[in-house]
Design a protein around this ligand. Sequence first.
Ligand code: HEC
Ligand code: HEC
Length: 299
Amino acid sequence: MRARVWWGLFLLVLAGWRGAVAQTPVAPELLERGEYVVYAAGCISCHAGEEGESEHLEGGRAFNTPFGTFHAPNITPHPEHGIGRWTEEQFRRALREGVAPDGRRYFPVFPYTAYTRIRDHDIRAMWAYLSSRPPVARPSLAHGGAWYLQLPLAMRLWRLLHFSPGPWQDDPDRSAQWNRGAYLAEALGHCGECHTPRGLMGNLRLDRKYVGTPDGPDGDSVPNITPHPEDGIGKWDQDDLAYFLESGMTPEGDFTGGIMSEVIDNGQRHLTAEDRRAIASYVLSLPPLADEEALGGGE
Ligand code: HEC
Ligand code: HEC
């Protein structure tokens, strides 16, 4: 009888202790901030189910590229199918360096060439937020990348040429608003992943930043968003662009469609008005560039 009581006590203590470990309190502000960063970085558009329809980030969406078809994996905290067994450091390394826990180099369809610029405190907040979400038992799909990408050295070579890891550095000669906008557009919002044309190896042509491309995601064309008065958005002011990022409406009264409406719905719309104005201030400060065709002398 006594032994039973002792056992009961022991189990109670053990349960209490385990409960305490499982619920190491995470500051609610950190979770809130993490959710905000996840929106600002557009993780939802790619990882929320096959068509961005899911409330959770269990992956499944397919990306058809000239280099093959890739699938966004499950990034819920499921221990087998998601990233539930990862450490925060492995998560940081995936974003900052584009390297998986087993050492594999990720394909840049996962836009880590932009995310490498995310600052440590934002990565930490995202990790806390993602870890607090429910695990989903959905296996990640295999990629169908081109054969040469499977060569052990292919991704290493690509990275050597086209990837420079490291967090965003503010420009001390610019205003706080401009720097905030640059960080939001370049590190988090990854506008250039779609609006900057790519070279033969799928690398971004940084001399043509934000000039648009006829071969965007899914083969759609992506407009010029440099402040060029005819080819770009040079006739828009800061309020026009900030309002567009909130509502999807252009100053001409048209609504944007396709993938840009996802960028807004799953991301930009959730930002503070101040952050959207900051992005606008940065984008409209870039060099105005004419469309590619115009450069060749035209018809
Ligand atoms: C444009 C689509 C896209 C966006 C946006 C995107 N991802 Fe991904 N992500 C992918 C793809 C595709 C892969 C698979 C890459 C590979 O396996 O080489 C991936 C892989 C990952 C992995 C590695 C998972 C594993 O099992 O190894 C993590 C972690 C991850 N993404 C987190 C994020 C986070 C956090 C965000 C937002 C900051 C984000 N992703 C935004 C498409 C995207
Ligand atoms: C996933 C790809 C993708 C990303 C990321 C993206 N865009 Fe877009 N954007 C598009 C496409 C495609 C269109 C054209 C949509 C259409 O046909 O209505 C577009 C349209 C626009 C337009 C309208 C231009 C015009 O002349 O009507 C603006 C402005 C714009 N994007 C700004 C941004 C900014 C700023 C960012 C980063 C915060 C961004 N986009 C991120 C793909 C993207």
